[in-house]
Design a protein around this ligand. Structure first.
Ligand code: IFM
Length: 472
């Protein structure tokens, strides 16, 4: 189905737990992130998302900031326990009403809503029954999807089922540094499977409730390169790529789980008898439900080195690349070329009809100067370089349709608490005051330039590549 030409959308993204606050207001139920952050020792600065950016009460002010920047689109997520406090069953009308008002406010300000259904805040009531490792949670997600898309599907036309299932599965269930803080390999594999399955099962529900909507999922993808030409480093690279990228991409695009990784996980004892016992007949077909787009979150690359080789041959862990040694405040290498690499590879290998960069951005701690201005030149440089890499991919035929900067505003960075600032907008967490950073003004000029094509920059005029989202 060809849905017609569309210009490149420029947006910004957030998620519910990271910005909303109001953690127990208006009938909202507890989420696993409420429980996790309230547990002493879990969050670096000991803080929680109880108040966060207080977006729940200040959403009109925040939409006005989006308008000032000139965003075409805004990606946000719904807090499942705000809508269904117990995860299933009774709907909380006041919770749903918040998102109803937010969507109307966005549309009244010409900002397209892109809604993520799950950005990690599972209702604690479902966790108490076993959470994502339990297949029952798939049915619960589909019910929740039905409630939300029935309520908002007349106005929201872009739906993302899940954000970064790798993080929910691996950080939450294997390494235990995200909620619910478990450390169990089989639970992590079950979680990944049930997240993917719930995505596929939700797609037809969204299509039924939200006619003409675009539906997709967002993955965090990391281009991996071997640190040397040694066979061992190549194998380390294969494993890393399989673990982060292919385990999710392959089943979504009809290839089932990658057999090399099934073998590896079996050898590592991640599955009883080395078998994917939790995969049932038809699951792969459900997971591979045709979608309109894939969302990619890009932050970094990974240089892979086998520890065995390192000991024997003392190979470098990192390949120095001129101009790319710099890191952001969270310690992640800045490597804009990796964005080109991952976009091009996904397009060439899996052929999603359309791609959105649903997150890209950087953490810098710049604060207001004496004159109240936040001079975050490093963020401007970061965005300019990454936009250019995306542009090159589009010029090579990648069907890129939109780009969402992470994040609209500084917010609660999960286990890091408030120690990392990713926003275009600076937040004073004491007073709630918002200040547009220099990068926000730069982005506003940039977006304006893409609309008027008056500038002579690389970005003026039509953005190449994206034409339609027809199949194939
Ligand atoms: O803040 C997160 C977001 O919730 C998911 N993607 C990565 C961001 C930065 O870590």
């Amino acid at each position: 189905m060809v849905k017609g030409a569309q210009r490149m959308l420029w947006g910004a993204a957030t998620s519910s737990y990271q910005i909303e606050g109001a953690w127990n207001e208006d009938g909202k139920g507890e989420s696993i992130w409420d429980r996790y952050a309230h547990t002493p020792g879990r969050i670096k600065d000991g803080k929680t998302g109880d108040v966060a950016c207080d977006h729940y009460h200040r959403y009109k002010e925040d939409v006005a900031l989006m308008k000032r920047i000139g965003l075409d689109a805004y990606r946000f997520s719904i807090a499942w326990p705000r809508v269904l406090p117990e995860g299933r069953g009774a709907t909380n009308a006041r919770g749903l009403d918040f998102y109803d008002r937010l969507v109307d406010e966005l549309l009244a300000n010409d900002v397209l809503p892109f809604v993520t259904l799950y950005h990690w805040d599972l209702p604690q009531a479902l966790q108490d029954r076993g959470g994502w490792p339990q297949r029952e949670t798939v049915a619960a997600f589909v019910e929740y999807t039905d409630v939300v898309t029935k309520a908002l599907g007349d106005r929201v036309k872009h739906w993302i089922t899940h954000n970064e299932p790798w993080c929910a599965a691996v950080l939450g269930q294997l390494i235990g540094v995200h909620a619910p803080g478990a450390r169990d390999a089989e639970s992590a594999l079950r979680t990944a499977h049930h997240l993917l399955l719930s995505h596929g099962a939700a797609v037809p529900v969204i299509r039924a409730n939200s006619p003409d909507a675009e539906v997709g999922i967002t993955l965090n993808l990391i281009p991996a390169v071997p640190a040397s030409g040694s066979a061992a480093d190549y194998d380390a690279c294969r494993q890393y790529d399989g673990h982060i990228n292919r385990w999710f991409l392959d089943p979504l695009y009809g290839r089932d789980y990658p057999s090399d990784m099934v073998r590896d996980y079996g050898r590592k004892g991640y599955m009883p008898d080395g078998e994917l016992v939790f995969v049932e007949a038809d699951d792969y077909r459900t997971i591979a439900a045709p979608c309109d787009f894939l969302g990619i979150n890009y932050y970094m690359r990974e240089i892979c080195r086998s520890d065995d080789v390192a000991e024997e041959e003392n190979l470098p862990r990192e390949i120095p690349v001129p101009g790319s040694e710099l890191r952001t405040d969270i310690g992640w290498e800045i490597y804009s070329e990796g964005l080109f690499d991952i976009l091009y590879r996904v397009h060439a290998t899996y052929r999603p009809p359309k791609l959105y960069i649903t997150e890209n951005g950087c953490s810098y701690g710049d604060a207001p100067d004496a004159d109240g201005r936040v001079r975050d030149e490093r963020r401007i440089a970061y965005l300019r370089d990454h936009f250019a890499a995306a542009r090159r991919a589009a010029e090579q035929g990648v069907p890129l349709a939109g780009y969402f900067v992470w994040s609209l505003m500084d917010n609660f960075e999960w286990g890091e608490g408030y120690t990392q600032r990713f926003g275009l907008v600076w937040i004073d967490y004491e007073t709630g005051e918002r200040i547009l950073k220099d990068s926000a003004y730069w982005y506003a000029d940039f977006i304006e330039g893409t609309r008027t094509a008056l500038t002579s920059t690389l970005f003026s005029g039509a953005w190449p590549g994206y034409v339609h989202n027809g199949a194939g």
